[in-house]
Design a protein around this ligand. Structure first.
Ligand code: PAF
Length: 286
């Protein structure tokens, strides 16, 4: 595997490649990331990974400084997966001057849920992804479904800008107790780690109640809002601080209407909550 740090080296390594499959990451790689590499390898060749902790997508009081940086260990894992090139630029390479041109996702998708609680997050994500795509020129790029809203926003961006990159979504990888793998799980204390699977368990409960209601008398919007409220309550009473727990339409993350519910529109329950100082997100399709 070649490790390159500049855009020029990256381009020269990839010259003439027509089926590049790309997996952008912020490093501190776990099995979830490695599953993205494997999906990429099934859809393209060569596989290119990037590791870049993108300052633009962190808010002023978020964890940019303490985000784990483990390049040597990450490179060893990628090498084992057969990744062809690892692009690991520093900040000066990615942002040699202030990044004044930015991509702004539409408000109805970019300013809700994660976008509401992390203002500027999706502008930072789409801007860096656009720039990374310009550097790599991938035919295929893989994102994890754990960041449900992110993969949707990036897919729409590619459609709207007629970009030649197909976006693939990979299923969330979980620990045996259900906790979705995330680099931020490393921040959890032992006690918090024992509590953390509660987030997924709560999503499973909400999903089950939606399915039960649908197969019984039917589900109305007010029932859904009650289910959401009950889910948030479960988390709060166990010491979590939920940002949101909400059942949305799978196709655009909008609030379902009674007509949607009647028509059995595919739904997804999405949640973000803080456990101590660590903010975890998860989702479950219904
Ligand atoms: O999901 C991530 O790790 C990041 O948001 C991404 C897509 C690599 C952009 O920095």
């Amino acid at each position: 595997m070649k490790i390159v740090h500049t855009i020029e080296e990256l381009r020269s390594q990839l010259r003439g490649q027509l089926r590049t499959a790309f997996v952008p990451t912020m490093g501190n790689l776990h099995e979830g990331h490695l599953s993205l590499m494997r999906l990429a390898a099934r859809h393209g060749d060569p596989v290119v990974a990037s590791i870049f902790v993108n300052r633009l997508q962190f808010g002023p009081h978020e964890d940019f400084d303490r985000y784990p940086r483990t390049l040597a260990e990450d490179a060893a894992k990628l090498e084992k997966e057969g990744v062809y090139v690892l692009f690991a630029p520093d900040e000066r390479e990615m942002y040699p001057e202030p990044q004044d041109y930015r991509i702004r996702p539409p408000e109805d998708l970019g300013d809700i849920l994660e976008g509401e609680f992390r203002p500027g997050f999706f502008v930072g994500v789409t801007t860096v992804v656009m720039k990374l795509f310009q550097c790599v020129g991938p035919q295929v790029a893989v994102f994890g479904k754990k960041d449900y809203q992110q993969q949707m926003i990036i897919r729409r961006m590619c459609q709207q800008f007629a970009m030649p990159t197909q976006i693939l979504s990979a299923e969330t990888v979980r620990d045996a107790d259900g906790l979705a793998l995330s680099s931020r799980n490393g921040y959890l204390s032992e006690q918090e780690r024992a509590e953390a699977p509660r987030l997924y368990a709560t999503l499973q409960q909400v999903r089950q109640r939606v399915l039960d209601a649908q197969s019984g008398l039917g589900l109305r919007l007010e029932d859904l809002l009650e289910l959401e409220q009950a889910g948030r309550q479960v988390l709060s009473t166990r010491g979590w601080q939920p940002d949101y727990l909400s059942v949305r339409r799978q196709r655009n993350l909008g609030l379902p209407t009674n007509e949607d519910l009647q028509a059995r529109e595919p739904l997804v329950v999405v949640a973000a909550a803080k456990l101590g100082k660590t903010r975890l997100i998860d989702n479950l399709e219904i």
